[in-house]
Design a protein around this ligand. Structure first.
Ligand code: 5GP
Ligand code: ZN
Length: 112
């Protein structure tokens, strides 16, 4: 399948890995938008959050466990933001479910 993040998960395209297990991979974003910016993806190809079902959604809970573990390891003790861009209006540019984790700076809200 011609999917960038499937290729990264398979090691066919290099990435700066932070964490990997049988279900998920975490790696630094190539174009960081905060002092700390990494992505957590399921290894299974799920096109977007819109494609989550009772069959495949358990990995999302695992993603958030990994986010908490990595945030602690990276010293994000003042907090961080987890973002999922879903679909065109959501700003999704890579069609493989991924969660951005941004930290290391105090962020504003709303985002626009
Ligand atoms: P989206 O816009 O779909 O929510 O997020 C896609 C993210 O993937 C962007 O933040 C972009 O910088 C990142 N990205 C795109 N191509 C690559 C790549 O080849 N390697 C890494 N590490 N990140 C990438
Ligand atoms: Zn994929």
């Amino acid at each position: 399948m011609d999917c960038l993040f499937c290729k990264i998960a398979a090691g066919e395209i290099p990435s700066k890995k932070l964490y990997e297990d049988d279900q998920v991979l975490a790696f630094y974003d190539i174009d960081p938008q905060a002092p700390v910016h990494f992505l957590v993806i399921p290894k299974q190809h799920i096109p977007s959050a819109d494609a989550l079902t009772g069959e495949n959604s358990a990995v999302v809970a695992h993603v958030f466990e990994v986010v908490a573990k990595l945030a602690a390891e990276l010293g994000l003790k003042n907090g961080y933001r987890v973002v999922n861009n879903c679909g065109a209006d959501g700003g999704q540019t890579v069609g493989h479910l991924h969660f951005h984790v941004l930290g290391g700076v105090a962020m504003g809200w709303p985002p626009f």
